[in-house]
Structures are given as C-alpha cells and as structure tokens.
Design a protein. Structure first.
Length: 246
C-alpha cells in the first residue's frame, strides 16, 4: 500500500496548513516528498507569504483527518443534531458546504451531502448539491434506459442510499436476494459490495451485519473470515496519524 511512503512529520505540517516551502525549510524535506505526501492526503497547495485572514476554508483544513481509504473525517465541532461545522465571524458553516465550495469553487445549491460510501465524509470532491443530484439522477435514468452493463453501472443505478446511511437494492433479485448480471453470469450483490469494501473475494457466505434488511452498502457485510475475527483496529492509520492533534 502506498501510504507507507508518507512521512509522518511532513504529513503533520501539511495537515496543519503549512506551505511546501515552509515545510521544506523546517524539516529539510525534499520537495518531491512533500508534493507526493500532499497529493496522497488530498490537500490543496498553500501559497507562502501574505496569508489572508483565516477563512472558513482555511479553518476547515485544521479540522479534518484523512482516512487510509481516501476519505476524510471531521475532528471539529458537531452540533447536537449531528451537523458538522465551524463558526467563523459569528456565522455557522457546515463542513459539507465548505468542502463543496473548496472542490467546486461555488456555493452549493440546496443541501450539500456526501456522495461517497464513507459515513459523514468531509473530503472536498465527495459531495453533491441539488444540481449534481439532478444530473446524477438524469444520468442514472439514461443508464437505466440503455440497460446498465457493467457491475459498477448496475450498482450505480440500482443501489439507492437511505436517509439513515444504508443502501437499498432496486434491481433484480433471485430467491429474494439482490443480484446483478454480467457476462451471462448472475452474482450476489452482497459479494460485489464486499469486494468493493475489502478489495478481495469473500469466502463463505456474505451477509449484511448492519441490521438494515437486505442492505447492499459496501462495508456493511461480513464473510466467513471476518466473522471469525475480532474487529481489528486499523493499525496503519494509527501509525501514520495517531498522534496528530487538530
Ligand atoms: Zn468520501
Ligand atoms: Zn447497512
């Protein structure tokens, strides 16, 4: 896995919002190493010198933690209703809206919501607004009319996110269980979701373990191996980011 290439001291300063030049001066780190680490963390370039007064976008980067699988968690304020965000000059900004502005350079229309499979993801680029959702819906309709072909397309068209963080299957079923078709073969959607989440073939039966009936959301299933194991802490994640404080 490429994350072992990350230099922890460089990553810390990048996450704290320092510019490449400042980091290379401070740590005598190679510019290529800094650039690669910045890219792996998905952080934007910071211009050296005349720093503007802290903006919500700038404050945002001090309150995120990258996950090993390419998303970001929020380490900042969480309102009692679960909304993630920060206060700037007396105005509350949700983390999703800031992330959206960073990625798209415009205000989101309607609600900005994560469009990835990571719960409460705040990584810029992982959100849709109303315009995006309409476009996605139109795209899904067009795909459906032309009959989705690949397993990924079928997943995109038939797996519908629920309000409480799961996914329902609106596609074909066999003996009541969600299935997809490819190359004349039929496959369990649970197995497809498992491969998506774990990057390997499952062994033995694959079943949802989240409590949502027939859930097809990647990450919500266990195979025989996982059922035998205790839940594991992601030691790689801890090794890289464990000691960073926002
Ligand atoms: Zn994400
Ligand atoms: Zn679920």
């Amino acid at each position: 896995m490429s994350h072992v290439m990350i230099r922890v001291d460089v990553a810390r300063l990048l996450i704290a919002g320092h510019s490449d030049i400042a980091i290379s001066r401070k740590l005598k780190a190679d510019a290529n190493v800094i650039a690669r680490t910045r890219a792996q963390l998905g952080l934007p370039k910071v211009k050296p010198g005349n720093r503007p007064a802290a903006s919500p976008e700038e404050l945002f980067w001090h309150r995120v933690q990258p996950t090993p699988d390419g998303h970001m968690d929020w380490t900042g304020f969480r309102a009692s209703n679960g909304t993630l965000g920060l206060r700037h000059n007396g105005t509350f900004h949700t983390a999703y809206r800031i992330a959206y502005r960073i990625a798209n350079n415009r205000e989101p229309q309607g609600k900005a919501q994560p469009n990835c499979t990571h719960d409460h993801c705040v990584k810029p680029g992982h959100h849709d607004d109303r315009i995006d959702r309409d476009a996605r819906h139109a795209h899904a309709l067009a795909l459906a009319r032309s009959a989705p072909v690949t397993l990924e397309e079928q997943f995109q068209v038939y797996a519908i996110p629920t309000a409480d963080g799961h996914m329902d299957w609106t596609g074909p079923r066999c003996k009541g269980l969600p299935v997809a078709h490819h190359d004349g073969r039929q496959e369990s959607v649970y197995r497809i979701a498992f491969r998506t989440a774990h990057g390997r073939e499952p062994d033995g039966h694959v079943r949802p373990i989240c409590g949502h009936d027939d859930c097809v959301k990647p990450g919500h299933h266990a195979d025989h191996t996982i059922r035998q194991q205790e839940p594991r802490v992601d030691t790689l994640y801890d090794a890289i980011f464990g000691t960073i404080s926002p």
